[in-house]
Design a binder for this molecule. Structure first.
Ligand code: GRF
Length: 208
């Protein structure tokens, strides 16, 4: 049974997609052992509580400096003893020592086709604003392993989404979430839970 810990910062629609997929068995062999948010007001915390999932807040505002926050975050993650940490709209830079402690055990969903529109400063609506500014016709979402960089870890799965004429950033974000994020994140979790994701020669291979 894969124990997953989901880290959130906002509305939690990706968390909800994971919860629903576990409940309807699209994700098998998996237990959501907890949810951590850096934002006490995140609706994602409500979503967790509505499904009796232990939810805690570790807020940078409660610590004198970033190093103390990082220590508290890692301590809280460790307390759940997860097999996999899922960053689902989590707007916190993962401390290097956490990446090192959980090698290939932290995954992230990013709302673009990496390596486009990613890296420092590219998160949430901004990603879609930049994609529309550039005039791309196809965008999408990426699930990747988290390494010491920002959106630089090995790509696990991607799903393309069409940009429609006249799209606003909000409309594009919603389509990317509905058609890509909420599809590939649960899918990757199920594949990991069933040992179908391997790394060979520096690339991710999904076993059939
Ligand atoms: C969304 O923009 C999503 O693309 C990104 O984080 C934002 C909020 O996601 N991953 P959620 O509704 O909190 O899951």
């Amino acid at each position: 049974m894969l124990k997953i810990l989901v880290c959130v910062s906002g509305g939690g629609t990706n968390l909800q997609a994971i919860i629903d997929a576990v409940e309807n068995k699209q994700i098998t062999n998996t237990e959501i052992v907890g949810v951590i948010s850096n934002n006490a007001n995140a609706y994602a915390l409500e979503r967790a509580k509505n499904h009796n999932i232990k939810a805690v807040c570790v807020s940078p505002k409660d610590y004198a400096d970033r190093s103390l926050f990082n220590d508290a975050l890692l301590e809280t993650v460790d307390s759940f003893a997860p097999d996999l940490v899922v960053l689902a709209g989590f707007l916190v830079a993962i401390p290097e020592k956490m990446v090192q402690k959980y090698p290939y055990k932290i995954i992230n969903i990013h709302p673009s086709l990496i390596p486009s529109f990613c890296g420092v400063g590219y998160y949430g609506l901004k990603v879609h604003e930049k994609a529309l500014e550039r005039g791309v016709k196809i965008t999408g979402a990426t699930v990747h392993f988290v390494d010491e960089g920002t959106d630089t870890g090995l790509i696990i799965m991607q799903k393309a989404v069409s940009v429609e004429d006249g799209d606003t950033p909000k409309e594009l974000q919603q389509r990317v979430m509905e058609q890509a994020e909420w599809v590939i994140l649960p899918r990757v979790i199920d594949l990991i839970a069933n040992d179908k994701v391997n790394v060979l020669d520096g690339k991710v291979v999904i076993m059939k």
